[in-house]
Each structure stands twice: as structure tokens, then as C-alpha cells.
Write a protein that binds this ligand. Structure first.
Ligand code: MGD
Ligand code: MGD
Ligand code: MO
Length: 773
């Protein structure tokens, strides 16, 4: 018997699975075709990762003994009792039935946000939605934590984020034609390790180095210079966080007053410029948006702002923005301002000119590979109309019946009795986790499918153990990636773990909806072939050919063959704006939006506007909390996934998440490199370990997300978080009434040396178990 390597895909890349003599999966290797593979997943087979697996179905003790709602404030503090699968499934089915009968499906929250694992069939978030749709529906979520503000704003003013992401000008075109690349928020290669569904060939390093080699000049507007490496020179403009809108408006002001803007592009391709100008020049509010005005807000010198505007107008320029900028209070504004700036420069649709909305956040942007539809699991239709903007989860639990604004409409929060989660970690992703903990006691029942004893799983009532990608057959497919991956099962499930699909099918049987759920497919294998073939037919229509399923599975991967185009964003629109009209109300780019004007929102005016964030370095709060905390994405993992792997653990200092701080800010507080710090504000406090760097602006600290939430005293309201989870400190309010997006990057803190004996980190321990009385 030969033990050939097989492939597996993760969001962060493809790995080759090596088998030992006995045929046991023993080691993971980087994908040999990948020029810049990610090390994040190399330890997925390690014992340290396995140690935290959920082994058997488990039920919180009071819930098991006294039923739904019992001692719900003790979630996370009580032991679990392990039960046999059949009993666990009976309990879940009965509870779904009870809630449906008593309050209807409007009482079930299945919004279940989260990235799950790569693999298009066993995608947990799609699985839970599909299952709940078969059983009468659920309250869903709208938009994402990633792009809360941008997803709502951009279709009003230019195009949906999906469309824009798919048409980004490729790296090769940028290298060839762009002369000046100005980016707000860097192009963090650490983030471009990821592509939803499976990155296959990582190309961002090659893209950036290639541009630098061709002589493209880079200007990086960011509080931390660490987010752009092109192997060469980068000019760093160390902006104050959350003030980019003011800076961009000042660039527009220079273009306007010095007549450096492209009148003909504005006339042909945009609407509303004349309604924006009175604001820009200060006619409408008495404040011209001059470089001097912007300097006081953003901290970049007026002289440099003015000269940068002139340089942009004089040469082929791309302006790019990272997603983190819209993950802030009034996060719509920097995106709208950037598009407006690009319109004034008039290079949209030209190779190497125009704007980008996300070079860096994921691997797909800048790809020259064809776009085609890969396999995805259909989720069915949801009869329940109630929804929430994704980041309003705590508000929903705290305020059932209250109303909220969203995208020009008013809606009402439903009254949730049951929360069903699969494939996400709300104790990772949500802001102000102490506030979430208060709300968490409201529902009668919280059910999780999890692979690991994450903080969220530990806070549930019923936890069902799910398999990992290595334990099931699946298909990896990421947008604008050249390969579809046959993710072959590499080992048997650990413990009693089952596939999410099998769990849902077993529940569907108990609830009488098995047929609808399986759609007549006898097994997961049937589903894979069906989904693949469906995608193959669809892709062929778009000119991309894939081999038949059997051939693909046998080969281990398939190359999506199609014309390799080097896209130029909005080129067709530029050439003929009438024929290639945008889906905005005017068909053109909207610098002023009549539609948003009609919403009459006090926190989202109808054109790009500088509005002070609720807290920032220029606000009163900064007198007490003088540091702006950025909580960016972690380099060593995807969100909270694999925080317990040896690779991620090696990045910690004294077991805590490092927090980057400027040496002068550290010195002023008597802090040395490696010291444990207490990071705090009125909302909470956490421990983190000082990492000194002069590549961060003074007054700014950076605490990457992902350290598993680890409150010292689970019983108190504002416990000390021991591990370095920034969401112990962040603010849980919406970006605006337009989008209600999450604003994780709007957060002020203070830090001090923590001199006492530091409490041990316990986040990477399984919960306590008890036996049934
Ligand atoms: N402060 C701050 N907070 C942030 C952000 C920030 O910038 N700053 N960023 C936000 C953003 S952009 C995002 S996208 C979110 C991410 O938030 P999440 O997507 O919730 O984070 P993950 O850690 O990826 O959670 C995925 C969970 O799914 C589980 N899982 C994986 N595969 C399977 C499976 O097959 N079955 C089941 N049942 N479970 C599975 C994993 O074990 C893990 O616990 O965080 C947001 N939170
Ligand atoms: N390794 C890894 N990669 C990831 C993820 C992960 O968890 N791990 N998550 C993925 C997901 S779900 C998403 S949504 C994307 C997110 O991608 P982004 O939103 O782009 O990522 P962030 O890491 O939050 O921020 C990137 C940079 O923006 C800068 N920045 C923050 N605030 C400001 C500001 O106000 N002004 C300016 N000019 N710059 C600012 C920060 O300094 C930071 O270096 O990343 C994806 N990629
Ligand atoms: Mo995200």
C-alpha cells in the first residue's frame, strides 16, 4: 500500500497531508505550488490542538437537571455533563419544538456569524442556516463584521462590495502602469494569507515586490508602518486613527482650489459634485477643509498634504483603503471620501489609476485569475423576516421589541428564546464582551456545534462536537483562486465528533423534515458531487472549464481554466458610462446621494463628511484614556482559530497577547519591553505584554485580536481579562444609523505596568465536567 499525500484546504492555504507507514496522517506540509505559503496551519494535527477538542456532547448541569432557562446567569461558570449522542439530539430537537410551538421561529436566532472552516459543503454557518430553514426559519443577520459600513454604503454610491472586490485591478497591471500607490491602512500581507474558502496561491508578496521593482512609489497612511512591506522604500504618514476622512477631504480641497481635478470625468461619470463643493470649501458650514484644518485633526503636516495632492494629480495614481477604516464610528465616511478623491483625480477605469477597497485584507484582490462560481451549499429560503445588522447581537438580546434604524428603514428587535450557533465565536468577534456577557443570560437555551472548547462553547448550554476539515471529505474553493481542491478526509474523527451535516440530518429526522434537509442525497459524498457538477455547468457558461467530478477527485485538485484576464476596475464603465451604467440610482458614481439624503440621518449625511468619532485622540475622553487602541487581525491565526496551536502560542509573551506601544509612550509609563500591562478603560480591562516599536505612532497601541477571552472572575461585571482580548475594551455601538456596522477600531484606553503576580491564563483549558446526579 502506498500512502500518497492528499490535499486539505484551510482559509489560510492548502496543505499536503503526509501519511506514515501505517497510513496515519502524520504531518502537514505547505502546498508545493504556493509561492508564499502560510505557516498558520502547519500544526493542525498536533496534540496541543487535539487536546482542546470537544470529545462528547455536553450539557450545562442546571440546564440538564432543571430544563431551559435554569440558572442562565451561570453560563460559563457551571460544569458540563457529558451525555450520549441520542440523548443530546433528543434534547435539542425537543427544545427547538418547544420554542417553535410557544413563540414561533421568530424566537430562534440562527444568525450564527462566523468564518467556520474552509470546505464548501461542510461550511458550518451555511449548514445551520439550511437546517433551520427546513424547520420554519430563524432570525438572521445582515452584513458582516468585516465590512459592516462598506457593505451598506457602497451600493448606494458605486457598486456592491462583492462586485468591487471581484473587479480589482490586478497586481500585474498596477506594476506596469501605476506610478504612485497611496494606501490608507497599508496592504498587510499578514491578512492576505487568507481567502474565504481556501487561498491556494498567495500572490500579494509578489504583487507588492513586483510593483516596487517597477519603480512604483508607495505612500502608506497608517498609524502603524508595520502593515506594508514591499521589499523597498515606503513613505509613512503616521495618521491619527479614525481621522483619514479629514485628510482625504483636504486632499480634495487642494485639488479643487488649485484646479487640479478632472472636470470632464466628474461630468461624465459622477453626480452630486456641485452639492459637495459648498461643504468642501466651507460655504455650508463655515469651515473650508484646508490642509491646515486637516493637520489639526489627523496630525499630518499641511505642507505634506498639499504636496501629496499635487503629486497625485500629476501622475498615474491608485488610492487604496483597508477595511479596518470602516470598522470605526462613521466608518462610511473614509470610504466615501476615498471614492470622491478618486473621482476628482479622474483616473478611475484607467490601468494603474483609480481606487481599491481592500488590497491586503484577503488574497483575492489583485488576482488575475478568472472569476467563476465554485460549489456552495444552498441555504434554502427563510420564511422569517426578522433580522439584525450582524453587530447588533447584544442590543437584540437586551432590548427585544425596541426599534433600530438600518439603511433607511426602521425595524424591531425580536424576542429571542433560543440561540443556535455553528461555525463562529461571538466571544471572539463581538465588541464589549462584558456587555455581551450581561445579555448572554437572556435566552432560555444556547446551543453550539464546536470543534474546540472555545470561550463561546464554554458559555453554552448544549455543545455538540463537530469534526474538522481533516476528518471529512470536502471541496475547497476561494474566489479568484486558480485551483479547486479535493479536501480528502485524512483521519477518523477524534472522540465522538460528527459532521455538522450529519448532526443536522439526525435532528431533521427527529423533527420530520429529513427529506427536505437531505434533498434526497444519501450521503455527504453525493452532495459533493452534486454541488461540484452544478458549479461546473455554471462556470462553463462563464467560459471557465473544470474537469468532471471523478477526474477532479482522483487528481486531488482541478485548475479552473479560463482566460486569464488582468482586470482594470471600472474600465468598461469609464469607456461608456451609459452602456455600463452602475446599479446606483443615477447609474453613476454618487458623490452626493439623494437616496441617503432621503433617509435624513443625523449621523450619515448625503456626501462625504468629517464627523468626530464618539471617542478619538481629539476628544475629551482622551484626557483620561490617552491611547487609541487598534485591534487588528492577528498574523499568526485566523481570528480565534488555532490560538492554542504551537505556532500561535509562540507569538505570546509570558502567555499573553503582545500589545505594540511606542517606546516614548512606554518610557512615560515606566514600561519595558516584555512587561505585563493592564490595558483599561471604563468598559473593561485586560492584561497584555508590552512590545516596543517605533513603527507605531505615538499615542496609538495595537492589540491584535484572537487571544481567547479569559475573564479572571466570571461572576463579576467587569472582570479582568487575563489573556489580551481587545474586545474586553471595545465599544459596542453602530457605525451609524445607516449601516450599524461594528466599530472595533474606535477605542481609547490607558495602560499601566501590572506589577503584582499575574493570574495564570486558563483560556486553553477545557471546562469542568460533572457526572449526572
Ligand atoms: N476588536 C475586534 N474584533 C473583531 C475584529 C476586529 O478587527 N477587531 N474583526 C471582526 C471580523 S472582520 C471578523 S470576520 C470576526 C471573526 O469572528 P469569527 O468568525 O466568529 O471568528 P473565528 O475565530 O474564525 O470563529 C470560527 C469558529 O468556528 C469554529 N469552527 C470551525 N470549523 C467548524 C466546523 O466545521 N463546524 C463547527 N461547528 N465549528 C467550526 C472554530 O473552532 C471557531 O471557534 O471578528 C470580528 N471581531
Ligand atoms: N492572518 C489573518 N489574516 C486575516 C484575518 C485574520 O484573522 N488573520 N482576518 C480576515 C478578515 S475576516 C478580514 S475582515 C480582513 C480584515 O482586513 P483589515 O480590516 O484590512 O485588517 P486589520 O488588520 O484590522 O487592519 C489593517 C491595518 O489598518 C490600519 N488601521 C486601523 N485603523 C486605521 C485608521 O483609522 N486609519 C488608517 N489609515 N489605518 C488604520 C491598522 O494599522 C492595520 O495595520 O483580514 C482577513 N485576513
Ligand atoms: Mo472579517
Amino acid at each position: 500500500m502506498t500512502h500518497q499525500r492528499t490535499l486539505t484546504a484551510a482559509h489560510w492555504g492548502v496543505y499536503e497531508v503526509e501519511y506514515d507507514e501505517q497510513g496515519k496522517a502524520s504531518r502537514l506540509h505547505p502546498f508545493s505550488q504556493d509561492p508564499d505559503p502560510s505557516p498558520i496551519g502547519l500544526h493542525m494535527l498536533s496534540d496541543e490542538v487535539a487536546r482542546l477538542r470537544v470529545g462528547r456532547p455536553a450539557v450545562r448541569k442546571s440546564w440538564l437537571e432543571k430544563g431551559p432557562g435554569a440558572a442562565s446567569d451561570k453560563r460559563g461558570q457551571e460544569p458540563f455533563v457529558e451525555v450520549p449522542w441520542d440523548e443530546a439530539l433528543d434534547l435539542v430537537a425537543a427544545e427547538l419544538k418547544r420554542v417553535q410551538t410557544s413563540w414561533g421561529n421568530e424566537a430562534v436566532f440562527g444568525g450564527s456569524y462566523g468564518w467556520s472552516s474552509a470546505g464548501r459543503f461542510h461550511h458550518a454557518q451555511s449548514q445551520v442556516k439550511r437546517f433551520l430553514n427546513c424547520y420554519g426559519g430563524f432570525v438572521r443577520h445582515q452584513d458582516s463584521y468585516s465590512l459592516g459600513a462598506a457593505r451598506v454604503l457602497m451600493p448606494h454610491i458605486v457598486a456592491s462590495m462583492e462586485e468591487l472586490m471581484a473587479m480589482h485591478t490586478s497586481w500585474d497591471v498596477l506594476a506596469e502602469h501605476c506610478k504612485l500607490f497611496v494606501t490608507f491602512g497599508g496592504v498587510p500581507r499578514k491578512n492576505a494569507q487568507i481567502n474565504a474558502g481556501g487561498a491556494t496561491l498567495h500572490h500579494v508578496k509578489r504583487g507588492l515586490y513586483g510593483m516596487a521593482a517597477k519603480g512604483v512609489r508607495f505612500v502608506n497612511v497608517t498609524p502603524t508602518a508595520e502593515d506594508l512591506d514591499n521589499g523597498s522604500e515606503v513613505e509613512w504618514l503616521a495618521v491619527r486613527p479614525n481621522t483619514d476622512t479629514a485628510l482625504i477631504l483636504a486632499l480634495c480641497h487642494v485639488l479643487y482650489t488649485e484646479k487640479l481635478y478632472d472636470r470632464s470625468f466628474l461630468d461624465r461619470c459622477t453626480v452630486g459634485f456641485e452639492k459637495f463643493v459648498p461643504y468642501l470649501v466651507g460655504e455650508s458650514d463655515g469651515q473650508p477643509k484646508t490642509p491646515a484644518w486637516a493637520e489639526r485633526i489627523c496630525g499630518i503636516s499641511a505642507a505634506r498634504i498639499a504636496s501629496l495632492a499635487r503629486e497625485m494629480a500629476a501622475t498615474r495614481t491608485t488610492v487604496s483603503i483597508g477595511w479596518s477604516l470602516q470598522r470605526s464610528h462613521h466608518g462610511e465616511q473614509p470610504f466615501w471620501a476615498l471614492v470622491t478623491l478618486a473621482c476628482m483625480l479622474g483616473q478611475i477605469g484607467l490601468p494603474g489609476g483609480g481606487f481599491g477597497v481592500g488590497y491586503g485584507p484577503v488574497n483575492l484582490m489583485g488576482s488575475g485569475y478568472p472569476k467563476y462560481s465554485g460549489p456552495t451549499l444552498p441555504q434554502g429560503t427563510n420564511p422569517v423576516k426578522s433580522f439584525i445588522p450582524v453587530a447588533r447581537f447584544t442590543d437584540m438580546l437586551l432590548h427585544p421589541g425596541a426599534s433600530f434604524d438600518y439603511n433607511g428603514e426602521r425595524h424591531t428587535y425580536p424576542d429571542i428564546h433560543l440561540v443556535y450557533w455553528a461555525g463562529g465565536n461571538p466571544y471572539h468577534h463581538h465588541q464589549d464582551l462584558n456587555r455581551l456577557r450581561q445579555a448572554w443570560s437572556k435566552p432560555d437555551t444556547i446551543i453550539f456545534h464546536e470543534q474546540f472548547w472555545t470561550p463561546a462553547a464554554k458559555m453554552a448550554d448544549i455543545v455538540l462536537p463537530a469534526t474538522t476539515s481533516l476528518e471529512r471529505d470536502d471541496i475547497g474553493y476561494g474566489s479568484r483562486e486558480p485551483f479547486v481542491i479535493a479536501m480528502k478526509k485524512a483521519r477518523e474523527p477524534l472522540g465522538e465528533a460528527r459532521d455538522d451535516y450529519d448532526i443536522f440530518q439526525a435532528l431533521a429526522q427527529r423533527l420530520g423534515v429529513a427529506e427536505a434537509h437531505s434533498q434526497g442525497h444519501a450521503s455527504s459524498g453525493d452532495w459533493l458531487e452534486h454541488l461540484y457538477e452544478e458549479a461546473r455547468v455554471k462556470s462553463a457558461k462563464a467560459g471557465v472549464t473544470l474537469p468532471p467530478f471523478a477526474q477532479f477527485w482522483e487528481a486531488g485538485l482541478a485548475e479552473a481554466k479560463g482566460e486569464k484576464r488582468d482586470p482594470v476596475m471600472l474600465a468598461a464603465f469609464r469607456t461608456d458610462p451609459a452602456k455600463h451604467a452602475l446599479k446606483t440610482p443615477s447609474g453613476k458614481i454618487e458623490i452626493y446621494s439623494e437616496r441617503i439624503a432621503s433617509f435624513a440621518l443625523d449621523d450619515c449625511p448625503p456626501h462625504p463628511t468629517w464627523m468626530e468619532p464618539i471617542e478619538w485622540l481629539g476628544s475629551r475622553t482622551a484626557e483620561r484614556y490617552p491611547l487609541h487602541m487598534l485591534s487588528d487581525q492577528p498574523a499568526d491565526k485566523l481570528h480565534s482559530q488555532l490560538d492554542h496551536s504551537p505556532y500561535a502560542k509562540a507569538t505570546k509573551i509570558k502567555g499573553r497577547q503582545p500589545i505594540t506601544i511606542h517606546p516614548e509612550d512606554a518610557a512615560a509609563r515606566g514600561i519595558a519591553d516584555g512587561d505585563i500591562l493592564r490595558v483599561y478603560n471604563d468598559r473593561g480591562a485586560c492584561l497584555a505584554a508590552a512590545r516596543l516599536s517605533d513603527r507605531i505612532r505615538r499615542g496609538v497601541v495595537r492589540l491584535s485580536t484572537g487571544a481567547w477571552f479569559d475573564p479572571a472572575d466570571a461572576g463579576s461585571n467587569r472582570p479582568l481579562e487575563k489573556h489580551g482580548n481587545p474586545n474586553a475594551l471595545t465599544l459596542d455601538v453602530g457605525a451609524s444609523k445607516l449601516s450599524q456596522g461594528c466599530i472595533a477600531q474606535t477605542c481609547l484606553v490607558e495602560v499601566e505596568r501590572f506589577d503584582g503576580p499575574a493570574p495564570p491564563v486558563t483560556a486553553h483549558q477545557p471546562p469542568a465536567f460533572d457526572v449526572r446526579r
